[in-house]
Structures are given as structure tokens and as C-alpha cells.
Ligand binder design. Structure first.
Ligand SMILES: [Zn+2]
Length: 305
């Protein structure tokens, strides 16, 4: 009898994640690309909640009452950090003491690029050496891999009964990101030197990783109207043939892009750093990165008019 009890006890120990550890932690994620990585690590365990879906900007989201509830009831919150989702800094600071808040933009292994000034760029973005940095870190696949590791570590710490599942999912996701990266590098190679202008400075990590040739952003602060001097500088660059494409974003009004392009040969494309039109979930991250590469190649590879 005693022997049978011992066997039953041992069986519960080795049965693993399916029946161990109670319910998984309730997880909330700020933006779609990070949500995608978290969803991949949580596959088969649960689905993380998402704060900013749809076409809202990552910089100026207005929290709804239902969001306040989501935040208040979360056990773990993943976000990039106060330099990106500024609107979350105060609500997260007021969270219950036992809630975990993980700023993935500052996780181990995530490299940061220095913030760039307005004006025309003549070199690839530089690694940060103190000072302000650009917060759009997820658009470098190496950073996405480091973030995936940090997500698995945080989930395992909060939910040790499922640690092996998180580790296995993370390993699979890291393999998938590696394969995606190799495919995108090959796809983008033919347009590396082609000059283009982006709407806001959201892509330096993509640009640096794939050695692309962005020459300027229409705005450094997407919430502010673009001044006439800046428009004149960009217009001069376009008139001189120094940009083949100018990319608008679904989160912002394209009026200023049309002003810049009017009467010139510059082509207008779309880049979206968040994946507004891509369904949220584990497949969003590869779809988002593929869409960025696809838009760049489609616009920049077209023959000159
Ligand atoms: Zn941004």
C-alpha cells in the first residue's frame, strides 16, 4: 500500500506541465510585436493579453477604462520600457507589489542604438554609448532572440512548474527567428544601397542589422507637426534624386508625405513597425518583419522613372 502511494506521488512529479502547478500566470503585453514573442513562448500554456491592438501609435496611446482593469489584474506585464510606452510608466508604477513588470527593451543581451537627430543621415545608426537611445529594439532579430530568452526566464521564474515547456517553446521560436533572419538578409541584399526616407525614426535596428540606406525620417517625434524648415530640407533631398521612396505609416496621417512627394518622382510605400493589420499571435513577428522587407524591396527595387 505504502509502495502504491509512493508510485502515485512519483507519477505526479514526472507527469509534468499538463497537470502541475495550477493555472498559468495572467500575462499582459504592451505592443503586438512583443505580444507575438510572448505568445510563442506561452504556446500550449495560455494566451497573453494585449494592450495596444489595431492602429494606435506605440508612443501616444490613450488608456481606456478596460485597459486599467487589464493592467490591475495582470500578474506579469511585458513592455519595452518608459522610453517607448511612456503612457504606461505611471500605471505600472502603481501596480500591486507582487506583480512583475519586465522592461524587455532593457533585458540582458538586447543591444541599444543611439537616438539620432533630425536632419539627413549619412551613416548607419551607431551603438549607444550612454545618452538617449532609440526604443524600437524589436526590429533587430538578434534583439528579438534576446527578448525571447528573457521572456522564457521571467515566465519560468513566475511559473516554475512549466519551465520546461517555456524553454522548449523559446528554443523553437529562436530557431524560427534565425531562419527568418537569413531569408530577409538574402531578400534585402539587392536594395541595400537604395536611398529612402521613413516617416518616424522607428527602423534604425532593421536598417543597421540589414545595412540599409535610410537617409532621413520625416519626423523624430511623430506626435508633433513637421516644421516648414524640415519639409524644405527633405524636399531638397527628394528633388535632388537622393531618395527613391518615402514610406508612410498606418498609425499617422499621410498628409505631410503627400506634400513631400507632390510633383516629384519619389514613390510612396508603407512601413508599419507594429503590424497594425496583422492578426496578433505567435505568427505576427515573422509576418511583421517579412512585411517590412517586402515593402522595402517592392518600392526600392522598382526601376527608376
Ligand atoms: Zn515609434
Amino acid at each position: 500500500m505504502r509502495h502504491r502511494v509512493l508510485v502515485a506521488f512519483l507519477l505526479t512529479l514526472i507527469a509534468g506541465p499538463a497537470c502541475a502547478g495550477g493555472s498559468p500566470p495572467s500575462v499582459l503585453v504592451s505592443i503586438k510585436p512583443v505580444h507575438s514573442l510572448v505568445a510563442a513562448v506561452m504556446e500550449g500554456v495560455g494566451t497573453p493579453a494585449l494592450l495596444i491592438g489595431g492602429g494606435a501609435s506605440e508612443h501616444s496611446y490613450a488608456l481606456k477604462p478596460s485597459d486599467a482593469h487589464k493592467i490591475a489584474t495582470a500578474g506579469i506585464v511585458f513592455w519595452i520600457g518608459p522610453d517607448l510606452e511612456t503612457f504606461l510608466a505611471t500605471p505600472l508604477a502603481n501596480l500591486a507589489a507582487d506583480a512583475k513588470v519586465i522592461a524587455l527593451g532593457h533585458a540582458n543581451g538586447v543591444h541599444r542604438l543611439a537616438a539620432r537627430a533630425a536632419g539627413l543621415w549619412t551613416a548607419l545608426p551607431k551603438q549607444a554609448a550612454g545618452g538617449r537611445t532609440n526604443p524600437h529594439v524589436w526590429l533587430d532579430p538578434d534583439n528579438a532572440i534576446a527578448m525571447t530568452r528573457a521572456i522564457a526566464a521571467a515566465l519560468s521564474q513566475a511559473d516554475p512548474a512549466r519551465a520546461r515547456r517555456y524553454a522548449a517553446n523559446a528554443a523553437k521560436e529562436i530557431g524560427r527567428i534565425g531562419a527568418l533572419d537569413r531569408r530577409l538578409a538574402a531578400e534585402l541584399a539587392p536594395v541595400r544601397t537604395r536611398p529612402y526616407i521613413v516617416f518616424h525614426d522607428a527602423y534604425p535596428y532593421f536598417e543597421a542589422h540589414y545595412h540599409l540606406n535610410a537617409i532621413a525620417a520625416v519626423t523624430v517625434e511623430p506626435e508633433r507637426p513637421v516644421g516648414p524648415r524640415r519639409i524644405a530640407t527633405l524636399r531638397d533631398a527628394i528633388d535632388a534624386g537622393n531618395a527613391l521612396c518615402i514610406f508612410r505609416e498606418p498609425q499617422f496621417s499621410p498628409a505631410v508625405i503627400q506634400t513631400l512627394a507632390r510633383g516629384t518622382a519619389v514613390r510612396i510605400g508603407v512601413l508599419d513597425p507594429l503590424g497594425a493589420d496583422i492578426p496578433a499571435g505567435p505568427d505576427l513577428y515573422p509576418a511583421l518583419m517579412s512585411a517590412l522587407a517586402g515593402s522595402l524591396v517592392q518600392c526600392l527595387a522598382a526601376p527608376n522613372p
